[in-house]
Design a protein around this ligand. Structure first.
Ligand SMILES: [Zn+2]
Length: 216
């Protein structure tokens, strides 16, 4: 006997041009780039977007109506990036130790993130798609602020990316946020790159030599 088609409450809405995984690595890397000190204007944000999403067109859903053009030249609304940047800079130190926060602080952080998440309810819908849980933005497209807000979720719910994956480069000249590789036998990566680890070590070495010379 052929199986009965499953009943759905409603059909898939006719909007949703862009769909990205809710726990998308790319959106997190992009958000961390937006939080960087050297990202200071629209052009910087656009450059980081294209660097982190070279395959954005893959996230563009086929147009439901054939005569409806896909707005490929405006893949993301950049206008609210400053709000996203400010939020991330506030949130990151807390999110990076979310599992170790005092209950009161934890609730405050949860409240702040949930408040922002609810702001985007009307901008799209959650779907289960090829990338797992996905957020499909409506015809207004995706915005930097929305991406920044949702990028923090993965560190705050049980996932493969616990808060400790968020690292802040210990090189005093850098201090940028980066994603740590999964921990290996208790070693915690402190620098965003080998380059910054080496230059920080060289700096420490020089400082030590100077100190030694001064005490001689
Ligand atoms: Zn660094």
């Amino acid at each position: 006997m052929p199986s009965k088609p499953l009943q759905s409450i409603r059909t898939v809405p006719q909007f949703g041009r862009h769909s990205i995984g809710l726990f998308d690595d790319q959106s997190i890397l992009f958000a961390l780039a937006v939080a960087r000190d050297d990202v200071q204007n629209d052009a910087d944000v656009a450059r980081e977007f294209h660097t982190n999403y070279p395959d954005w067109s893959k996230h563009t859903l086929p147009s439901w109506k054939e005569d409806e053009p896909i707005p490929s030249n405006t893949p993301i609304d950049l206008r609210d990036w400053q709000r996203g940047q400010k939020l991330l800079r506030d949130w990151l130190p807390n999110v990076a130790r979310f599992d170790r926060l005092m209950p009161k602080r934890r609730t405050e952080v949860l409240y702040a993130v949930n408040e922002m998440l609810s702001m985007f309810d009307s901008h799209g819908s959650l779907f289960i798609g090829p990338a797992g849980l996905e957020f499909r933005s409506d015809s207004g497209g995706e915005s930097v602020l929305g991406l920044c807000v949702r990028s923090m979720v993965r560190f705050m719910v049980p996932s493969d990316w616990p808060p400790s994956r968020l690292g802040r480069c210990a090189n005093p000249k850098c201090k940028q946020w980066f994603i740590r590789p999964p921990p290996k036998r208790g070693t915690v990566r402190r620098y965003c790159s080998d380059k910054h680890a080496n230059s920080a070590r060289a700096m420490q070495f020089r400082r030590r030599k100077k100190k030694e010379a001064a005490t001689k």
